[in-house]
Design a protein around this ligand. Structure first.
Ligand code: DA2
Length: 283
């Protein structure tokens, strides 16, 4: 088995790689419960508008040359649109999610079944974890969040299963309850992040690991600007994150702004809607 050779994509001054994403159309999207500070059931959300915005995100990926696969949404699981939370997929091995809150519990088996039905090697987790919401994969390491959702025991379990080093990072601000609200990989080697979301020890770890990281302001983090998706050349990002977008352009990335304001009412952005399928090819 060898790593799948991914076609190149270009954007700005940089070259990235084409990706394969799994997404879930938000047909049953709603805000009927509150499990994070962004959610207000009294305000609710508009599913039709969410679908429209989500279609814009899907189109953006396809226009950039990425492949998008779809999982069927399930009535009664309004947060299932946040595919990133459904699993962690590295080298065609699928580490399943086990959600913190009962409201989302049924999503884990639904995502795992999707992968099992397509021949992926899957693992049912013994420990609480919310998939790529708290596991972000770089070339040589997986960064893993804890503090609000994912247990440290799941970091150890994932490391054993996928065979890549997993580095624990502690989140301390409830607005940034998943790692992917506070940090995103720019490519396989570098990241952008908001230091205020992390404990002092984790800030030191990040400084040491990523001396050239892009540091985001609280203003950009507060519109979920760090819930972005980069292919190494193009960064798909919430349109409101204007400061971070300018900085990324200055560094030679092409910024692809999207409006996901309806989905933000549940605490999600572009990355939350996107589960990367990292495959190996038989070589
Ligand atoms: C970037 N984030 C946070 C995600 N990866 N997922 C969004 C999950 C939203 C859901 N209402 C929840 O609170 O679980």
């Amino acid at each position: 088995m060898a790593l799948a050779t991914l076609p190149a994509v270009t954007g700005g001054d940089r070259t990235g790689t084409a990706r394969h994403y799994l997404m879930c159309r938000p047909e049953f999207f709603a805000v009927t419960y509150a499990i994070n500070p962004w959610m207000d059931p009294d305000q609710g959300a508009d599913a039709a508008r969410a679908v429209q915005q989500w279609e814009g995100l899907r189109r953006a990926y396809e226009e950039l040359g990425h492949k998008v696969s779809l999982i069927d949404p399930v009535d009664g699981l309004p947060d299932m649109v946040f595919a990133a939370n459904g699993a962690l997929v590295v080298d065609s091995r699928v580490y399943g999610a086990r959600f913190t809150h009962a409201e989302r519990a049924a999503e884990g088996p639904a995502y795992l079944r999707w992968f099992a039905d397509r021949g992926f090697e899957t693992m049912e987790p013994a420990h609480t974890n919310e998939g790529e919401g708290d596991f972000l994969t770089l070339d040589d390491v997986v960064l893993a969040g804890t503090g609000f959702r994912t247990d440290v025991a799941a970091h150890v379990e994932a490391q054993e299963f996928i065979g890549r080093p997993v580095v624990t990072l502690r989140l301390v601000d409830p607005r940034f309850y998943h790692l992917d609200t506070a940090l995103f990989p720019l490519d396989g080697q570098n990241v952008a992040y908001y230091p205020g979301a992390f404990s002092e020890g984790s800030r030191n770890v990040l400084r040491r690991m990523f001396p050239d990281a892009v540091i985001a302001t609280e203003e950009d983090a507060a519109v979920l600007g760090l819930n972005a998706v980069s292919d190494g050349a193009n960064v798909v990002i919430n349109a409101e994150a204007t400061g971070l977008s300018l900085e990324l352009e200055r560094l030679g990335y092409t910024v692809v702004p999207v409006d996901l304001s309806e989905l933000r009412k549940a605490g999600g952005g572009p990355k939350c809607c996107t589960l990367e399928i990292r495959e190996v090819s038989a070589a």
